[in-house]
Design a protein around this ligand. Sequence first.
Ligand code: ASP
Length: 547
Amino acid sequence: MAATSETTSHSHSTFYIVGAIVLAVVLAIVGPALFGESFRPAVDVLEVGGEVFLRMLQMVVVPLVMASVMSGILGLGDVRKLGRPGAYAVTYYLCTTVLAVITGLIVVNLVDPGEGIDPALVKDARQEGEQTLAHVAGQNRGRRIEWHNVTGDRSATAGESKNVAVPDEGVWSVRISIDQVGKATTAARAVAKWSEDGNTFEELAGGEFSAGTDPGIYTTSPVITVPVEARFVRIEFEPQQGGERSIVEAYLVAGAPSIGAIFRNLVLMLFTNNLLGSMVEINLLPLIVFSIAFGAMLTTLGDRSETITDLVVSINDALMNFILLLMKLAPFGIFCLVAARFANAQLDGQFLTLLQTQAWYMTSVIVGLSIHAVLTLSLLLWFFTGRSPAQYALQMSQAILTAFSTASSTATLPVTMECAEKNAGVSPRSTEFVLPLGATINMDGTALYEAAAAIFIAQAYALIDPAFVLTFDKQVVIAITATLAAIGAAGIPEAGLVTMLIVLNAVGLPLELIGLILPIDWLLDRFRTAVNAYGDSVGAAIVDKSF
Ligand code: ASP
């Protein structure tokens, strides 16, 4: 009887949330259409409502993760019992991430969304990406060496050169881009050189680059790698001849990190030198490591840890009840979040236009995500647990919809835990470890998206630079880096866009082509976050079997 009323109550909540999302999207389309810019104040109010809900979710994440991991260890009584399920969880996460990447690659290669795209759109997107990149990529953008308006007639500019210092840390490379305005008789040329002492310069391997004589933007592909011992690079430039203009730009960019360097970062991400700092940044991985260690220590103290053990367990129970309350507010919070975001996009003129221009790319990503969620994850769930995938998805529906609305798997974590325990009956032993770990390292949707987006960008880039060929080995590199980039991505909105730069860098694609996927990312982010949260919960159900 109790089970039936619980099922009915979570079906009701799901119904309200779906209703809220549909209403929000309708309002976001109709509102700006009817009222234009005067609809903005209403959007501002909705934005505040959404932000309040989001902050309330985020507010409980850190105490919840720490209390639940500790209380999980205390429940087991011995940290060694975590060994086998822990190994299963990590194996499950890795395997499903790889399966997601493979699905993404297959779908995007079949649909070929980049092939039909207008080359003018690619060039525009590239410029847009250029502007936003400094913001998105932060440190990655590197130094810039630039010449402007260099004409063939001004002989003074011929043979001009500029030096730039190479930072001590990391691997660096040079990208040269020459914009030929009008037709030239002799093409502009640039040579990249390097030096250890700033006096004697040597040409970099592959450092000589010639633009064409026809108007257009010519870019080095792949980028030119700078040796680690280099302290300076210099670009020497020969302008075009023929009375027209060419603009050369050269960038010193952070080179593709080696697979070893990516692993190194992943290992370091597990540990923090400042526990409070990690709490402030909602950086969950080191908090999980600390909580496991602290919980393990408590189990060795016997009676002396009784008070603190009771405290941890009570905090955990209180937080779970608080989340129940938050879930009652979910339809309102989700309505505000979705309506505000979609209405903003509509007011900026993006929404319906984007749906039209980027339709094939969006279709590839959404079809890939659906195949992964509906086929791969369902089959795994059914095979390992015998549960009905449709019923499990319904039980987890509030978490999936919250993930869609917040675009953050970390903010969704409390709801995912509550649904897995209360609706789906997954034991707390499993949810308390597997879900916090999953929310930080298991991102199937993000991995699939990164692989698909990188191939889409490569296909589009090949249209404006025929020298770029998307070979099979480049696809393998994309698969490996997309997997690692997804593991390293944070569970926050559009984190995948930042780690995407690692993937583009690894195959020598111009980073500014991120402009192609930037405008639509906020929307696709919601779909991939929903798959991320669902993937975590399927993992919790499967690992539950091993306890
Ligand atoms: N927003 C995603 C998440 O929170 C990460 C991403 O793919 O951008 O899971």
